[in-house]
Design a protein around this ligand. Structure first.
Ligand code: K1U
Ligand code: ZN
Length: 184
């Protein structure tokens, strides 16, 4: 198991476009495995390659104990609209309500390079759209109203002092803090 550092808001890679994956290699599968380990250790439900400093068009999600790898994902249909709370492992402790299509169908390659489609609603639909945004350099804070974004940024100005290197190392202490928070 390898835990990867998570790049936080301010790291240029979070704002860059990713590159299409030409071939699904063993190295890419190992990256996906490490991303799952990192996501679980950070208590997330999704993680995209730019968050761990990589430019490949790839993300992993696990909502309701269904781990899925998405390579070169695209939305093929969407409808409805729903507002819900989002967080981001790259902007720790900042949350906000985001309005997005309520239902999406996403097409991608799986970890073996085979095409598949997923029809998603509720939290999975939200998570898939959040992760796809990461692959195009977009973050959930981009959707907040000016006032809510300003208040989120003011909080982040205080939080970011913890991440001088613009990286977040997932440690035993992070895990302990998370468990203490959940116990409250
Ligand atoms: O991409 C990421 O930064 C992971 C992010 C995914 C996500 C969470 C919530 C809505 C959309 C996308 C997280 O896992 S943040 C932590 C989390 O588990 C969570 C936060 C708020 C609501 C539900 C879950
Ligand atoms: Zn995120």
């Amino acid at each position: 198991m390898s835990l990867l550092d998570i790049h936080v808001l301010g790291a240029p890679i979070l704002r860059q476009e990713t590159q299409l994956v030409a071939t699904v290699t063993d190295e890419l599968r190992r990256l996906a495995d490490d991303m799952f380990d990192t996501m679980y250790a950070a208590h997330g439900i999704g993680l995209a390659a730019p968050q761990v400093g990589r430019r490949e068009r790839l993300f992993v999600v696990d909502v309701d104990e269904s781990p899925l790898v998405f390579i070169n994902p695209e939305i093929v249909s969407k409808d409805g609209s729903a507002k819900g709370e989002e967080g981001c492992l790259s902007i720790p402790d900042i949350y906000g309500d985001v309005e997005r299509p309520a239902r999406v169908t996403m097409r991608a390659l799986d970890r073996d390079g085979n095409p598949f489609e997923v029809e998603a609603t509720e939290l999975l639909a939200r998570c898939l759209q959040h992760e796809l945004d990461h692959l195009h350099g977009r973050l959930f804070i981009d959707y907040l109203s000016i006032l809510k974004r300003r208040s989120a940024m003011a909080k982040w100005e205080r939080e970011k002092a913890k991440y001088a290197s613009l990286r977040r190392t997932i440690s035993a202490r992070d895990l302990a803090d998370q468990h203490n928070h959940e116990a409250l």
